[in-house]
Write a protein that binds this ligand. Sequence first.
Ligand code: PLP
Length: 395
Amino acid sequence: MKINNNFNNIQESYLFSTIARKTNEFKTAHPDVNVIRLGIGDVTKPLCSQVIKELHSAVDDMSRAESFRGYGPEQGYDFLKEELVKYYAKKKVSLDNNEIFISDGAKSDIGNILDLFDKDNVVLIPDPVYPVYVDTNTMAGRKILFMDANGENGFLPVPDDSVKADIIYLCSPNNPTGAVYDYEKLKMWVDYANKNDAVILFDAAYECFVEGDDLPTSIYQIEGAKSCAIEFCSFSKTAGFTGTRCGYTVVPFDIVKEDTSLNKMWLRRQTTKFNGVPYIVQKGAAAVFSDEGQNEIKEAIVYYKENAKIMADALDKLGISYTGGKNSPYIWLKCPNGMSSWEFFDFMLEKANVVGTPGAGFGKNGEGYFRLTAFNNRENTIEAMERITKAINSL
Ligand code: PLP
């Protein structure tokens, strides 16, 4: 018996465990201090009332033989996929029901999609990055090339024709940098992928934070994307489903590689290895698209975005540069006075009693940067920014 030794190549993630250890040590030494967490990547607002109502009613369905549901379609119920088709139509993207696959969240699908690709592919991943892209490919023993996302390119790298990649990861709005691709830059990626016979794996988990029509919220708003891009999305940040678990992946019929439809491959993969998302959860997710549901989830998103604005305004006043905060729940700031990410973490914890996430934990280009999130409540966000302002002004 041989284990998959690629697991030995995955870097141990010390980021969140080190944050927790340092925070706990500080709290033990200063039990009376109220430490505010602006590092959380999880939502804090509860599910909206429309979703709760539908969840209850779906539970009742399960109690009656005539409405009970057992195994459902592995790729999701039509009632939810039809809502998504309409949602995409509003973005002027036309999808077929069977191009949409309901999942238990974007993370699983982002990992599982790799079943479709040979080990012998060159993978291109931005740095800094959501660590799942790197770790899932490392587990599979794939070669990874990194592309620099940095201050010079506004954390939005564009294709380099001298680099030959087969699988490209893009995340917009980005975690951790909050940067958002515009139509022009995304078109460069779509053109590159079509020219090089590559596939783009587009992570749109934060699309609901984009304001107005000036920026794309789906890669399919770019001409040519349907023949090269798979899109992952989620109800996690859109509607607070981080604990309820529901997401979706779009695999267009037009992506055909080596005479094989990736849509057919993904359907085969899902029907073999996945038995679907619970009926109850899918009913709750469908309620997000009712008029009341849309109003309620938008209210929560506006709330988080107002937090982000409070944070951004405070940084503007301090003259600290950052990306994100406008079309994203994340703010990615340059640590002041040339501090490293961890030096700034310690400074924030000790002087402002605020916890954030050191950028260095997301890749080498994250060094010297720091991530704040808008998911705390209003009161804590205001207080945290007051404390940060005072601490930085004292430098
Ligand atoms: N993609 C990105 C960029 C994320 O930041 C996250 C969660 O934080 C996910 C995907 C995972 O989302 P889900 O909860 O749907 O698995």
